[in-house]
Design a protein around this ligand. Sequence first.
Ligand code: MN3
Length: 203
Amino acid sequence: MAFTLPPLPYAYDALEPAIDAETMTFHHDKHHQAYVDNLNKAVDADASLAGKSMEEMFATMSKLPKAVRNNGGGHWNHSLFWELMAPHGQTGEPSAELAAAIDRDLGGLDKFMADFNAAGAGQFGSGWAWLIVQDGKLKITSTPNQDNPLMDVADEKGAVVLGADVWEHAYYLKYQNRRADYLKAFWSVVNWNKVNQLYAAAI
Ligand code: MN3
């Protein structure tokens, strides 16, 4: 069963002004589609991968072809990323449980947001900033390329609660080299309803 591009769960311009419609169109229709197409090619070329879920492949990623790592990560990360954002008025807010965990593990919401942005801004080249649950606690981390914290190759492993794409293709049309400005704007569209759901499932 081939992997497919999930439809964007809102209109291309729904996240403006934080993320512009042109960026969303290229990012979803071209970049994510390419990860899906190349993942299917890589999986088709290796009979041992037939029928495996992305999560199963992530657990043994160090032994799999690089094309599966790059494009499988690309597909999974982006599928989640679209859901981690929502139009204004539909973003919700951190649940009491999540807010308490952020206070306990990350020094409060303001410090969490600043540290998450620093992780994203400090990721050299392309990659992702993440909020994960590791051993029952929240932790901020980042990964290069299309790696993610579910992969056996990740330095910090855990269940993903939030992620931000810091590849230039995620922001360059609007923000050019200003990755920090993009990350600052990202918070205005974070879908806390989804983040709350992932946190509840992770603990
Ligand atoms: Mn991307």
